[in-house]
Design a binder for this molecule. Sequence first.
Ligand code: CAA
Length: 257
Amino acid sequence: MSYEFILTETRGRVGLVTLNRPQAMNALNNKLILELMDALETFDNDNGIGAMVVTGNEKAFAAGADIKEMADKSVTEMMDRDHVAAFGRILKIQKPVIAAVSGYALGGGCEIAMSCDMIVASESAKFGQPEITIGVIPGAGGTQRLTRAVGKAIAMEMILNNRTLSAQEALQFGLVNRVVPNERYLDEALKLADEIASRPPVAVRVAKKMINQAYERTLTDALHVERQEFYNLFATEDQKEGMKAFVEKRKPEWKGK
Ligand code: CAA
């Protein structure tokens, strides 16, 4: 399928989506978001893909929802169109998604990055939720996800007073996994995705789901589900192969079932 505002390609078992609206700092208009979600869902349904990377360009991952597109909208129009609901589709992706972020990750851009499973940042990445400066608040998970990621104190400064985090600060506060030089951030994210894509796919999917459950369930409930999921994996050929290969001191060959 051809898209207007994103580029897609595969690198081995990794699906790469590049946000491609550079003249507007990759501002997330409705069509771009729908294209991004469609591409991720297509990769998610492709047995040849084990993990995905979402990136932008060196100057901007994405500078937020498209302000020009929503500036004149009424409450009813915003609710009818419910543009932000489409952002939530990323949370249904079962395979790991890594954000490779350089430059601005602001507003909805920061929210998309935080909805990915890991973030690899370039040294010039900047994370912020500047919605307060245009009279609104983050609407695609920012108040909740940022607070869980960096804690209440920093989230308050970022959302109430437009504090922007440098890549190093984002690393320090636990928002990103690693910071790498600008010329290597995409390669680093692709390498990480490739490594994860070489792991047993069913266990990877279940592990991702259970980590995300840490934010949804009580501890007792989540531990109960985790134990059951652990036992369930003994129904997979990959569990038999993985443990047999360990005993036989050889590399396992995953079947994905
Ligand atoms: N929406 C629409 N257009 C945007 C945009 C956005 N979020 N961000 C940048 N652009 C456009 C600019 O209007 C400009 O277009 P023109 O050339 O047609 O004037 C072009 O991209 C280049 O931007 P700048 O000239 O502003 O570039 P800069 O280097 O001076 O500044 C920036 C870069 C700091 C990112 C600045 O563009 C900026 O502050 N952008 C807005 C950031 C923002 O407020 N994001 C939150 C959006 S609301 C949201 O995301 C809600 C939500 O939670 C879902």
